[in-house]
Design a protein around this ligand. Structure first.
Ligand SMILES: Cc1cc2nc3c(=O)[nH]c(=O)nc-3n(C[C@H](O)[C@H](O)[C@H](O)COP(=O)(O)OP(=O)(O)OC[C@H]3O[C@@H](n4cnc5c(N)ncnc54)[C@H](O)[C@@H]3O)c2cc1C
Length: 385
């Protein structure tokens, strides 16, 4: 029987980042139910790194992740992980205050984040209808991410440090470590995991199961946190003939009722839908696609006649929309790394740092130590007890 110090459930970006950071500190394994570890949320994102996105916790985690994504260690990947895109969040008349609030909250840590005029916003994305744009918050350092390279980089480096990665191996049953129970077969200090045809023992169980995180808690006899998966739909289409789009930033409105950006010669568009769903292999619905196209046309006049691709994925949220990173309040050897919402890729380096710090006492990078240390109590799952 295999025995590990750290068993991570879920091989998406969060489980992979954690495996990478924990591998130097003990025996690590990932259990992933799919053949491809990026099959669910990780492989369905819109791949954007925006430091002003999400609430304060997402902002600090993203800022703390930039250094790694900009300058990954030698051998981690073949090319750059970030490519400058820019993020233009425009305010309709009467919405300027929303942008001012974001600027006040994030401006200190994001160089060059600024409110720009209508004229400057239209210069960055000419098809926007002037009457809809009062001004915009522009983040020039926002970037497109190479999600595949980041994810594969974590997995490859974890393996190179001795981690085992079991794909097509769904966790199905968990025996809890119960101290002082002489009738138990297993070592009382270890979880015993049944996954497909494997039985695995582990000291620590790390829940990085994305939309399924509450299910894993239930299997372990741990109180679920009330994590809600929400579907988000994406389409891509060919831009109108004659328009040069490659230099456009990612464009969204202040309320995030839709956003779009250039995507490999096409335009990627989402209606920013948030439909609560049970964990599943999410698929796009026609109604959400129609809403996306209508919002694009209303804001820019662009009416796509043919879609190149469409997909949907689940973004999973805790009740306060902050990630849950830390030990379960009711089970000290069960660790939550879940509820990464719409920023799990861009925050994955910081999630890896924090988890290795909390579980293996690994030092936090000096440049971001103060911010991450301050976040630890804010992200602790015990806040839901
Ligand atoms: C449309 C869309 C756009 C997004 N855009 C961005 C963006 O621009 N930037 C950004 O940073 N983030 C973005 N996100 C969010 C990001 O994709 C997620 O936060 C992130 O992928 C979550 O990673 P994860 O590892 O927690 O989840 P997942 O990638 O879903 O991984 C969880 C894994 O657990 C596995 N699992 C579940 N149950 C079991 C079991 N019983 N046994 C074994 N394995 C199990 C699943 O198979 C899955 O592979 C977006 C998401 C969507 C859907």
């Amino acid at each position: 029987m295999a025995r590990y110090d750290f068993l991570i459930v879920g091989g998406g970006i969060v489980g992979a980042a954690i495996a990478y950071r924990l591998a130097p500190h003990g025996r690590v394994a990932i259990l992933e139910k799919e053949a491809q570890p990026g099959y669910h949320a990780t492989g369905r994102s819109t791949a954007t790194f925006v430091e002003s996105y999400g609430g304060q916790a997402a902002h600090l985690l993203t800022v703390a992740s930039r250094g790694f994504l900009e300058s990954p260690p030698a051998g981690f990947c073949d090319g750059a992980l970030l490519a400058r895109r820019g993020n233009l969040r425009f305010a309709r008349p009467g919405q300027r205050e929303q942008l001012a609030q974001t600027l006040a909250a994030c401006g200190q840590r994001i160089p060059d984040l600024a409110i720009i005029s209508q004229q400057d916003a239209l210069a960055l994305c000419p098809p926007l209808r002037p009457e809809l744009v009062d001004c915009a918050l522009y983040e020039p350092r926002a970037a497109d991410m190479d999600v595949h390279a980041i994810h594969q980089g974590y997995l490859r480096a974890a393996r190179a440090q001795g981690a085992d990665i079991y794909t097509e191996t769904p966790l199905e049953h968990i025996e809890r470590p119960t101290e002082g129970n002489p009738g138990r077969r297993q070592d009382a200090r270890h979880w015993r995991i049944h996954a497909k045809d494997r039985v695995i023992e582990a000291r620590w169980l790390i829940n990085a199961a994305g939309a399924w995180a509450d299910n894993i808690a239930r299997l372990a006899g741990v109180r679920p946190l009330g994590i809600t998966p929400k579907r988000r739909t994406v389409v891509t289409f060919t831009p109108p003939a004659g328009g040069a789009i490659d230099h456009w930033p990612l464009v969204r409105d202040a309320d995030e009722s839709f956003y779009f950006k250039p995507f490999g010669g096409d335009i990627l568009l989402t209606p920013a839908d948030e439909t609560p769903l049970a964990p599943c292999d999410a698929q796009p619905e026609e109604i959400d696609i129609a809403i996306a196209l209508a919002r694009m046309q209303a804001a820019t006049g662009i009416a796509p006649s043919h879609l190149a691709s469409r997909w949907a994925g689940l973004r999973s949220f805790t009740r306060d929309e902050r990630p849950a990173i830390g030990r379960a309040a009711d089970e000290p050897y069960f660790f939550w790394a879940a509820g990464l919402g719409g920023y799990g890729i861009q925050t994955s380096p910081a999630i890896g740092f924090m988890t290795a710090h909390l579980l293996a006492d690994a030092p936090l990078p000096t440049a971001v130590e103060a911010d991450l240390t301050a976040l630890i109590p804010d992200l602790a799952p015990a806040r839901f007890s």
